[in-house]
Design a protein around this ligand. Structure first.
Ligand code: FPP
Length: 248
């Protein structure tokens, strides 16, 4: 974030009341490409650059977590060509991250069932995990082969296994205990969830974690989403009256 950008934000955004965690459904890559007569994969390529730009902006703002929906459990229904292109973009991103995350003090975390991911990509994930363990700064969480229901079912299975082994008791389970079985363990719930591209649905994203999130929808397609669009989302978030079921 440049000095002039910070000045532009200063009058409109309260830097002391930023969300700790922003989550984004990076939607609209396909339509962006179609509008330009390009293959869908070209939209994903520009979309991955948008992710880099927005992650840098979040880091500069001091936001602790950015979570993005990169590939859902349902996305396997797409053509082999498109799935392959998204996986290649992720691989490219991880290769770059391995080179730069130490210097930038950045952590990466993956949410989702990685057992179905190609071994080559999984190895890169393991390498970034090992670097992340030593880092303390901004954390980007990438949802990969992720579905909110799938995450909850995998958590229930793990909890049931602990009960069967006598390590846990079902009667004593609390919401906090259960959250420790989710992929998102240790990550604060997102205060703000953004979905660009004009769609207004959750699409199996962070179902447990979004209980009290503020939602922000806009028409911009993800490849066109920029710092200005992020600023508008944060301004909208800061205007909301968050009561968490109580009364102010
Ligand atoms: C949704 O748009 C986008 C995806 C399913 C893929 C998102 C993946 C990337 C941006 C690339 C890799 C990510 C990282 C973090 C480097 P859509 O294809 O559903 O668009 P449409 O609704 O217009 O068809």
């Amino acid at each position: 974030m440049t000095q002039s950008m910070r000045q532009d934000w200063a009058g409109q955004v309260d830097f002391d009341r930023l969300p700790r965690h922003i989550a984004i459904i990076m939607d609209g890559n396909g339509r962006w490409a179609k509008q330009r007569g390009l293959p869908r994969t070209a939209g994903h390529k520009v979309g991955s650059e948008t992710f880099r730009k927005i992650a840098t902006c979040c880091r500069d703002l001091g936001i602790e977590h950015l979570t993005v929906y990169a590939f859902s459990t349902e996305n396997w229904k797409r053509s082999e060509d498109e799935v392959g292109a998204i996986m290649r973009l992720l691989k490219q991103y991880l290769l770059e991250a391995i080179e730069s995350m130490e210097r930038d003090n950045i952590r990466l975390r993956f949410l989702g069932d990685l057992s179905a991911i190609a071994p080559e990509l999984r190895k890169l994930v393991e390498r970034t995990n090992a670097i992340s363990e030593r880092m303390t700064g901004f954390q980007a969480n990438i949802c990969l082969n992720y579905g909110g229901r799938d995450e909850i079912v995998r958590a229930v299975r793990a909890f049931a296994a602990d009960c069967a082994a006598g390590k846990k008791s079902a009667e004593e389970l609390t919401e906090q205990d259960f959250a420790c079985y989710l992929d998102s363990r240790g990550i604060p719930d997102p205060e703000l969830i953004i979905r660009p591209s004009g769609e207004e649905r959750i699409s199996n994203f962070l179902l447990w974690q979004c209980a009290y999130s503020e939602f922000y929808f806009c028409d911009t397609l993800w490849p066109d989403f920029d710092e200005e669009a992020l600023k508008q989302a944060i301004i909208s978030y800061q205007r909301r009256d968050r009561r968490f079921g109580g009364v102010k």
